[in-house]
Design a protein around this ligand. Sequence first.
Ligand code: GLC
Length: 571
Amino acid sequence: MTELKWWQTAVFYQIYPRSFADGNSDGIGDFKGITEKLDYLADLGVDAIWLSPHFPSPNWDCGYDVSDYMDVAPEYGTFDDFKHFLAESHKRNIRVILDLVLNHSSDEHPWFLESKSSRDNPKADWYLWEDTPPNNWQSCFDGEAWTYVPERNQYYYHYFMKQQPDLNWHNPQVKQAMWDAVRFWLDLGVDGYRLDAIGTIFEDPKRKSHTVPMNLAELRRFSETAKTQDEIKLKDKYWHDMFKNQWGGPGLHDLMKELRSILDEYDGDRMLVGEDDNIDYMGDGNDELHLVFNFPLMRTERITPSHIRRNQKERLTQLEALPVKGWQCNTLGNHDTSRVYTRYGNKQHDADLARLHAALVLTLKGTPFLYNGEEIGMTDLIITDHTKLRDTMATWYYERLVDELKVESKEAAQRAGEMSRDKNRTPMQWSNKPNGGFSPMDVVTWLPVHPNYKEGINVKDQQHIPGSLLNYYKQLLRVRKNTPALIEGEYAPLNNTAKDYFAFIRKSEMQTILVALNFSETSLKLDFSRTREIKGHDLHILFSSAERALTTKPPRGLMINPFEVFIAEVR
Ligand code: GLC
């Protein structure tokens, strides 16, 4: 194989620590639990973990409101538990990247407590303070973006909850303090960072007001009720216009360069992946982020062959145009979005579609990121009792619906449950025991466990069923690992106008692989008679979800079954 970095060949797996594994039976995931499951992850075949925030936090935003960047939240264990987890991961050749929240801290962070205490303390300028709100900006989570503090008789800015004040990145001391934290974990041996919400770090310097004739709650409501094409277009425009001045202000490229240079001081190819889809933040391909997520792939109602082709063409062309070619990073789900199984299902063929989507992410060119639980087909759980919601942006919305918009409380609770990210953050389902084996029976878990753990949606049951989704993921991950062209090969789409199936080639110097994904419920005859790479060759089947014998066959008029995933080497 050509010289690729570990983060180009790796399959990443996102762990949401609160929900992954409860090692001390208190209803909340922790490092003891995660460490006990490392053999499971190794067996699954993942190479790297992205760990969502594990830092001390008052949990207004489930850990994305950090109150100490250099410690471990007590509910997740001790600092030694973290070190043990890291060492045990590395022992199994599993890398670990942490989540780095740069835009804001918690309002309980000592930096903010000091900053808000007076106008002339040493950290007075660590956050964004104004005498009066300079504009009508909204927080994307809880309404007004400027919140009053009596101690200073001033307002501070927050893009997210008011418990998440934005740091002032123009202040060199802020940078210094954050870079110390960055080094702290790198010194311990972590392999890199996933950078949270980088687009929100810098705002429009002119701080222009938005022009949308609604506030956040009204816009959310308008979006839910938009039906016609015009209304849908308008709501998209409103979302864009409401926040466009709060995003992508000047300064981010320099900041990313600075951060990159810190990582580059370390050995072992430490890496950065940005929670942003803007390829510009990869700089010249070698001086800013190593990866940005291909979010446009998942920003769609349905994953269709034409959507995938369009997306890949656009992204790969941009990546290849960088002075040092950029590397793709594909994903279909994370802790902020509806689960893949639910979101892209069609209620009739969900199980088949889930398999196609997994195969897509694992065979496209680029580094795949999986989200914990998707390998067993976990689905969204809509929590309609608003008192059980833990995602505060949803509880905020529930209150606004009832108090301000006079929506009846039952409907408000349904709406809040649907928009809440709790639905895709419920505890991992390890077995068919009570609480899905996440915590003992008598424990109340931090979010309810999805009751479908009783119906085979759990690790233990699926481990014993050869055709389970879990074993399907395992098999696919193995095929990927053993097939160099699936990792390093160039991508070339085939039969570009096909609406029902997506076929493409991954071609390296040594190997050519054909992947065919049938997105339809009928058998299809694929014609590759005009495909130079295939014509006159045999197809040696490496994987098929249709239980065909793994044989070598000439490809003339290849028949594929409904929803089949077909991977073959062209020989
Ligand atoms: C990112 C995180 C999300 C969080 C937000 C604020 O988008 O993925 O969970 O709420 O940033 O930190």
